[in-house]
Design a protein around this ligand. Sequence first.
Ligand code: COA
Length: 260
Amino acid sequence: MSYQNILIAKEHNIATITINRPEKLNALNKVTIEELHHAFSTLETHQDIRAIILKGSGEKAFVAGADIAEFAEFSVEEGIQLSAQGQETLFNFVENLKVPVIAAINGFALGGGLELAMACHIRVVSDNAKMGLPEVSLGVIPGYGGTQRLPQLIGKGRALEMILTAGMISAEEAYRMGLVNHVVKQEELVSFCNEIAQKIIKNSPAAISMAIHAVNANYKEGENGFETEIKSFGKCFGTEDFKEGTKAFLEKRKAVFTGE
Ligand code: COA
């Protein structure tokens, strides 16, 4: 598939997806969401891709939100569909991806942009970035998981303040709240994310996907995270990666993981 609004680069075991609508501050329209879904689902099947970095093009924005022009005339039914489809095809999809996704937040991450960053597994932000969920200023609420993931990350009180005031916070404030893992200079953002990815790709892809699954279980209604952890822990013992990892340790050499 050729893409209109995203770019994909691959280097060794790391893929970088760039959302590429800088003239609209990388706002997420329908096409972009579909392309991102296609890119993530394809990269997940590539055995050699072991970490993904997601960023926005340009120096101004990661993603300035869902594309307001596209939904301005929507009905109640269309609103429900927009939110449900977006959550399924992109936001929940990324959160549950077997390959870790690092959000390189290179500027504004607003509305759907912050929601996308929150669906990623790790967030690194450049010092110029501004983040917020401004939806109530438009007469709507966050619909791509923002009302759920923001309280998970920073607590209910702070999340409600951000959502209800529709305000923007700085990179430093986001770091203090635990919304992002690191703040770095903009020119160092991609290389810093790459360093994290380099650490990840040394480890067992099979164990990494189980770890993501087990951590996510804590936030799934009706699922007991401890039980999921027990099952996932047990499954690791049936993988080639586990055999290789333990053998390599005992033989005092570096493990060569296949993800099997
Ligand atoms: N949806 C659609 N278009 C968007 C957009 C969005 N979420 N965010 C920015 N754009 C477009 C603007 O309409 C403008 O397009 P134009 O040049 O064709 O008029 C272009 O991107 C540049 O944005 P602009 O507003 O001129 O840049 P700015 O530097 O003055 O302001 C922001 C930057 C991020 C503060 C401002 O664009 C903004 O508030 N965006 C909307 C944020 C939002 O509410 N997101 C949540 C959506 S649910």
